[in-house]
Write a protein that binds this ligand. Sequence first.
Ligand code: DQA
Length: 140
Amino acid sequence: MKIQIINGPNLNMLGIREPEIYGTLTLNEINRRIEEHAKPLGIELSFFQSNHEGAIIDKIQECFGQANGIIINPGAYTHYSIAIRDALAAVGIPTVEVHLSDINSREDFRKISVIKNVCVKQIWGKGVHSYLEALEYLSK
Ligand code: DQA
């Protein structure tokens, strides 16, 4: 099974960025944790991060016919990118939406996810474990 991990804008700043909200792990450290978790599940992973909406859409489109699942943390695009939502709907690959922080207990604008309805599951507020749970969900 092949799973594409996609991280959106500002997630390359993890470790530095608002650690009281997002924790102290860097994106590389998170990716290593995901890798360790994927091994016994027999999952092959690819990692991608971009600060650019179009690049994220290109990557989602590239997944068509290539990946069996997508785990996406679209960062702030979660709350308003209809284009990312449409790309996920277009490829029809089972996708889990993940967030490090609890988007439901922060500013009101974070409570809205425009991609939620095209995802098979939404996991938030568990730090790196949001990604690990997503892996387990897709591997079943
Ligand atoms: C985030 C939550 C978003 O609201 C925010 O814009 C992010 C990160 C999270 O992982 O908690 O960039 O997706």
